[in-house]
Design a protein around this ligand. Sequence first.
Ligand SMILES: C[S@@+](CC[C@H](N)C(=O)[O-])C[C@H]1O[C@@H](n2cnc3c(N)ncnc32)[C@H](O)[C@@H]1O
Length: 226
Amino acid sequence: MKPDPLNDAKILDSWHKNAQPWTRAVRNREIDSRRQVTDAAIVNAVLSRSPASVLDIGCGEGWLARELSAQNIRVTGIDAVAELVEQANNAGGGDFHVLPYEQLAAGDSGLMADLVVCNFSMIGKESCEVLFKVMHSLLHPGGSWVVQTLHPVTSCGELPYADGWRTGSWAGFSSEFTDPAPWYFRTLQSWVDLFNGSGFRLREIREPIHPHTQQPVSVIFIAEPD
Ligand SMILES: C[S@@+](CC[C@H](N)C(=O)[O-])C[C@H]1O[C@@H](n2cnc3c(N)ncnc32)[C@H](O)[C@@H]1O
């Protein structure tokens, strides 16, 4: 059987290849939707829960940890890509560890926080679903889970509005980026079902709007264990 080129392993291949241009793009604030909408939206969503400690899952080069630590929040970040974790540790703002979600889900990381945040880091299928299985064990009592992801309605394009793998694209990014990661599209209903079916209650769904297009750029789920 031919291997399916659209799968979870491909996602990490791509992030390993693009760690350097990604770090530059984030630090130079080159991504319009982040600059205009989604960076502030995720910071506000986290601050709205007043956590003393945050676990940033799929932290990348660590910008969110730096923002939150400036608000006196203790942040730990994990990511599978060593180069990104190194960039995060060099810049400070938290403790950052190389840890793929699959290993985190295996159980004995000892990591726990008042709030877990996943900012555009739940990209795949199985790699996303393992986080739903382990999330209860990562949260202190009374804790919250905050997830920001592409808005299913505006990211669907011309394809059917149904769960499934999509080919990635670096359209709008510099020519330094290569081999875009595939991603697993989920409808809004599918996201809601995942939270509800995994022992979480959704406290809020936010839909940050782009000021120019007036369309939702992302969706933010704020959930608590049942
Ligand atoms: C779009 S970037 C977002 C990074 C960061 N959260 C931010 O807001 O800039 C997605 C991140 O998820 C990480 N990631 C994706 N799948 C992962 C997995 N299975 N285990 C650990 N990290 C993963 C990638 O390495 C990458 O750093």
